[in-house]
Design a protein around this ligand. Sequence first.
Ligand code: NAD
Length: 455
Amino acid sequence: MSYTHHEVLNPATGQVIETVPATTAAEVDAAVARAAEAQQGWAAAAPADRARQLRRFAAVVDEHLEELARLEVREAGHTIGNARWEAGNVRDLLDFAAGGVERLNGRQIPVAGGLDITILEPLGVIGVIAPWNFPMPIAAWGTAPALAAGNAVLLKPAETTPLTALRLAELALEAGLPEHLFQVLPGAGDVTGNALVEHPGVAKIVFTGSTRVGKQIMAKSADRLKRVTLELGGKSPNIVFADSDLEAAVAATPMSFLDNSGQDCCARSRVLVQRSVYDRFLELLTPGIESVVVGDPFDEKTQMGPLISQAQLERVRGYAPEELKGIRGTAPEGPGFWFPPTVLTGLDPDAPAACEEVFGPVAVVLPFEDEADAIRLANATEYGLSGSIWTRDVGRAIRVSRAVAAGNLSVNSHSSVRYWTPFGGYKQSGVGRELGPDALTAFTETKNVFISTEA
Ligand code: NAD
């Protein structure tokens, strides 16, 4: 969709909070040229200087943490506690990436008649296309390691959430990063985002968003053999065995799919429960769902805020109409994009809500018979991003972790994203990995040089 300006709404009220100009394809072109020039100087700078500048950027983000968090609450409806974590995650990622600049080592490989070395060179200009569900952290997952590896970054934030990204670009300049090295280009996906994908001067695209758009980006990138990292959708299982600490498994279930109002690619939205404890699980879960505090995201006590937009609200409603059986919590009435915490029961495993990514505060609970049945059900999805396994049997925890085809699993926990461990999906959930010890390497080409000692 083409437009010259985009209205940014506060999802808790539905009110316009700001109007942001959209970047045209011609402006993307000019931004790529400026970025390419800035990248030359950046790549040539001493590693210690690049590291120091990124640390300074991290420090400036830290000084503005509360401001960034409050901006995120306003444009994305995140709870203030989550938003503070998100701004802190940007700071931590910049520090982590800065630590890698001086450790981006090549290798020396034994050969006869000379010396063979590998050099990790920056790719050039990187296009980061970010979604609206975690605007700050996901932007930083691509941006921080790309900059650290000596690249320039052009970041296209989602249409609904450009404000924190624009502020981060200002803070980068305040921290002393070279002009044009990190530019934020708000605009429509199929105009501004597409211009980055099609631009010959952009060496790699890092995309997080829907599987549908991810496939289009990969197909277009194939034409130029442009590098891509894709973080796409998920429909992650939360597998609860009868031999688990059931109370602990139940207690952790609500926020495992309600955090960020369920707009999380790692949301554990398919709860698989062993049949022998299925009724007990639901009985214990009911008060946990009914008592989730949904409301003003600025209120420190709030656990869940609104959905991002009217469109997302309607999409979620379509998956969980009132007539479906289950457990439902409460949500505010009136303006804003609110949907209550919802657990659907009695659905077929192939019902849309049980196998498609809802991206809202909706989970389904399905019973399973034994370990083999749990693995079969867990893998009966086109996605493979994350998942959780609740059991006290260590052997079973390891067997099931090996058998579930997903990139990020947790045992007796729902954690999955840490900036210092790798993150990414199997199957339709993505291509490539972000974060972790190899985060910088994903933004480099390996060059092998043989130097003869015979001449
Ligand atoms: P989307 O994939 O359309 O948008 C993600 C980003 O890609 C945005 O910045 C968007 O502007 C950009 N984009 C869109 N079309 C593009 C194109 N043709 N070329 C280049 N860039 C383009 O996602 P959405 O419409 O915001 O959300 C739809 C659904 O996608 C959600 O309901 C959810 O299921 C899924 N989603 C998943 C994640 C995730 O973290 N995996 C994030 C956001 C959305």
